[in-house]
Design a protein. Structure first.
Length: 425
């Protein structure tokens, strides 16, 4: 979907920010920048490979998105304008998984969140003087001989002309925002390299970005979530034929006895405790699938009139769903704050594709010392994307997930964690 179309999508940052993105019009303004004459030449000596990126995990306190008030945020394009004051608002921390990406020639290394709930690669630049930028690694385009300043989002090969205009994008989150310009360069994950467009951040607010350990965001949503199709790095890899298979897979370790990873170009049988099953993507943009119902124990709850939708999102730390459904589930599950009924709580299941994704109380209840709370928050996503459930970390630690770009489907299998699991999907 291009900028001329209305682009809306739910983007849940791993730093605990829920965002509903919507494109707005381009407005004119002056900007001048020097040109970059270097042409990209990636993948000449590459074959189709696979590579697994180890993921670091940092625990943090989860945030309830309903506390943010409005979930609406925006993505807008404008010409370069004078720097404006940053907005500051509250944010708290939840759980994040992040790994290493290389950008430019010679490569500059960054730690990024791999986020299936967004569609752009966003990296801070040395042009960003914000305090939040300064505490992170920043991309120095002058030090990369393959970096290209891109003038306009819809024209990936148009370089910025001397004293010429260029687009500036601002992405506003629930608790802050970033602004940036468009660039093109080499992008590498281990042995997998491509060239593609990304957002080079020139401004960002202190919160939430000063609170997170990672430098940037690697959006792995489908092209409808990207600024323009050529901003979708996964599709750039497929275009350059660098992946052994046109898919990626995610394993999130349940504890520190194993290492979390995201694997590009392959799925790993050793990460699965049972057989993988596939569910087709129902509405491209998110990795969104159709859900038939919700179960408590073995009993279907009849909460999906027609069909429910669920987005599989590596960038959110909890489960989420429409407020009316979440209120009903909260009442029926009856999790007591003092944990006194924890051992009697039933399984919670999500029914799709003839299978049930089952979560035990250990999976869907957050235990903090003597306090228990349901790891399920309310999030009302408006049509046409919503109503929508979000499958975040609690489900992704229980289930190994595979994202098949070629066949537009999501695969699920019980994850092979260090301790045995008796759950079968």
């Amino acid at each position: 979907m291009g900028l001329a179309a209305s682009r809306q999508g739910l983007h849940v940052l791993a730093c605990g920010v829920a965002c509903l993105l919507a494109a707005e019009a381009i407005t004119p303004g002056p900007h001048s920048a020097g040109p970059q004459d270097v042409q990209l030449n990636v993948g000449q000596a590459q074959g189709s490979v696979s590579y697994s990126v180890p993921l670091k995990r940092r625990r943090r306190q989860a945030v309830s998105f309903t506390e943010q008030g409005s979930l609406r945020s925006s993505t807008r394009l404008r010409k370069r304008a004078p720097q404006r004051e940053q907005s500051h608002s509250s944010a708290s921390q939840a759980s994040e998984y992040y790994g290493i990406l290389q950008l430019g020639t010679p490569p500059q290394e960054f730690e990024v969140v791999f986020d299936t709930g967004s569609g752009n690669l966003i990296i801070p630049s040395t042009a960003c003087g914000s305090d939040a930028c300064k505490i992170h690694r920043r991309f120095n385009s002058s030090a990369s001989r393959t970096a290209v300043d891109v003038a306009f989002a819809e024209k990936p090969d148009d370089q910025v002309k001397p004293n010429g205009d260029r687009d500036v994008v601002t992405i506003t989150f629930g608790t802050g925002e970033i602004s940036g310009v468009f660039m093109k360069d080499h992008i590498c994950l281990g042995d997998i390299c491509t060239h593609g467009n990304f957002i080079s951040v020139t401004e960002e607010t202190e919160q939430p970005f000063s609170l997170v350990p990672f430098d940037g965001i690697f959006g792995l949503g489908l092209p409808q979530m990207s600024q323009a199709p050529h901003f979708n790095v996964l599709d750039c890899m497929i275009r350059d034929k660098v992946l052994k298979k046109n898919l990626f897979s995610v394993f999130l370790a349940a504890d520190d006895r194993d290492e979390s990873e995201i694997s590009f170009g392959e799925l790993k049988a050793e990460r699965m405790a049972d057989q993988l099953f596939w569910v087709p993507v129902s509405n491209p943009g998110y990795w969104q699938v159709e859900m038939e119902d919700v179960a408590i124990g073995d009993k279907l709850q009849g909460l999906c009139s027609g069909k429910c939708q669920a987005a599989v999102d590596t960038g959110t730390s909890l489960l989420a769903g429409p407020s009316d459904v979440v209120r009903t589930l909260t009442q029926r599950l009856g999790v007591k704050e003092d944990c006194s009924n924890f051992n009697e709580l039933p399984e919670l299941g999500f029914v799709m594709g003839g299978h049930t994704l089952k979560l035990t109380p250990e999976d869907y209840v957050d235990r903090d010392g003597r306090t228990c709370s349901l790891s399920l928050m309310t999030m009302d996503v408006p049509p046409p994307k919503g109503p929508l459930f979000i499958f975040g970390d609690p489900l992704l630690r229980k289930y190994y997930t595979v994202y098949d770009r070629e066949n537009l489907q999501v695969g699920f299998a019980v994850a092979a964690q260090p301790r045995p699991s008796d759950v079968k999907a």
